[in-house]
Write a protein of this length. Structure first.
Lengths: 119, 323
């Protein structure tokens, strides 16, 4: 499996679980499907970006930092889009950053690098 | 009568020992060492203008046994084309009637000297795997080395590993080479120096030689070399305390006195070492469920840590969520 595909897969799985954790918050439980869908899309986007980065840059440290940055950035965007006065930046960005870091780790450690064409 | 001094005698002995290279393409540079049946010399190949090593019989050989063995050694090495085995360039007869062969001149250190600079267990095991490769290759081509020991392994300046001195090698399934492995039958000294294999004595080196190799009429196979590899592994692990149990089990299985309980192929031994390096189970060490789980946790600790951090953060955010 190549690194981009691995990033997409890990991002999607973590996105689903991240979204499902909203079930523990009764106030938003009726919006669970929408949250899971949005979280999965966020995970997919993070997976693509981090997967492409891992394909270009082979460094665990840089992969973790990039994953964290992408996770935080996407989570910030999601938090900023929240309706109402409370955006829950901390509550959304903290787990989002960790999810990005996990994707960064997975894509650096595993997945096949792209084979260069024979000259 | 004039007595010759020791140094004069030594010079005379060296001159008599030196190969007669007159009329050949080679010019003597220096003597590199002395093996059980011959000397190894550094010579210059004047045609190709390069330094090579020349091995020639250097002790009395009235029956031609050593000459035949030297030629056999050259033929065996020549059939083993592997980066871990020194290539033979040429073989023939010197003007003084002694057979010889030339091979690549290996620049580097013997394993017993090189190992001092290899400090980590992982690096030593990787080095060991590189020793296993040419031996496995030789076995695949029906050749036993029979004298594997640290002084017969050279490590080059770029880390390349070469298994040397195939003078005692034996072709498997060769009826003419069914030989009695042990005791001297000629007039050569029966107690060789501890670190040298001499013709007509025990074929092998004590400490590195499989027990069955010391038995008269014993038929030996690749498991004798596996025993020697186990002894080399033991040498490489000396001082690595505490020795991990799995690694000790690998060493014990390779060096089992009962050859039927050893690894049956070098690949099995190197696979176990590779598994140990990869942190997975080794065949020589059956482990319980707790050990297996602990090893899995250690191997996947980064994953587990990241997921635990995520779960803890999630749990804290749920527990302390704003109402």
């Amino acid at each position: 499996m190549n690194k981009v595909l691995l990033g997409i897969l890990v991002g999607a799985i973590l996105g689903v679980f991240d979204g499902l954790s909203a079930w523990f918050t009764p106030e938003v439980r009726n919006q669970l499907m929408g949250i899971v869908f949005g979280s999965t899309i966020k995970g997919l986007i993070a997976g693509v970006l981090i997967g492409f980065f891992a394909r270009k840059v082979h460094s665990l440290a840089l992969g973790l930092v990039f994953g964290l940055a992408v996770g935080l950035l996407l989570a910030y965007a999601v938090a900023a889009m929240q309706p109402g006065p409370n955006h829950y930046y901390f509550q959304i960005m903290l787990p989002g950053g960790i999810v990005g870091t996990i994707i960064g780790y997975a894509t650096q450690r595993f997945g096949q690098p792209v084979q260069s064409a024979a000259s | 009568m004039t007595w010759l001094s020791d140094s004069a005698l030594e010079r005379l002995r060296a001159a008599a020992d030196a190969p007669d290279l007159a009329g050949t393409r080679y010019q003597l540079v220096s003597k590199l060492g002395q093996g059980g049946m011959g000397g190894v010399f550094q010579v210059e190949d004047q045609v190709l203008e390069r330094q090579v090593a020349l091995k020639a019989v250097s002790i009395a050989d009235p029956q031609g046994t050593l000459a035949a063995r030297l030629l056999q050694e050259a033929r065996i090495i020549a059939r083993l084309e592997h980066p871990g085995i020194v290539p033979v360039h040429d073989a023939g007869m010197l003007p003084d009637g002694r057979p010889y062969y030339t091979m690549k001149l290996v620049q580097g250190q013997r394993l017993d000297a090189h190992v001092v600079a290899v400090t980590t267990l992982t690096d030593r095991l990787r080095l060991f795997l590189r020793i296993c490769d040419p031996v496995a290759f030789a076995h695949a081509h029906g050749v036993l080395h029979r004298d594997l020991k640290p002084s017969n392994v050279m490590v080059g300046p770029f880390g390349e590993v070469l298994v040397m001195d195939w003078g005692l090698s034996k072709l498997l399934h060769d009826p003419q080479q069914r030989e009695k492995a042990s005791v001297a039958s000629d007039n050569l000294p029966t107690v060789p120096p501890a670190d040298r294999t001499a013709h007509g004595t025990v074929l092998g080196t004590p400490g590195y030689m499989a027990p069955e190799q010391a038995e008269a009429n014993a038929v030996i196979d690749q498991r004798a070399d596996i025993y020697s590899l186990g002894a080399i592994l033991q040498f490489l692990l000396a001082g690595a305390l505490p020795l991990p149990r799995a690694l000790d089990a690998i060493r014990k299985q390779a060096m089992n006195v009962d050859s039927s309980r050893r690894y049956h192929a070098v690949q099995e031994l190197s696979a176990d070492i590779q598994h140990f390096l990869d942190g997975v189970a080794v065949s020589a060490y059956p482990e319980g469920p707790l050990t297996r789980m602990w090893r899995w946790v250690r191997r996947n600790r980064a994953w587990i840590l990241l997921l635990l951090v995520y779960i803890v953060v999630r749990a804290l955010l749920i527990f302390f969520r704003p109402h």
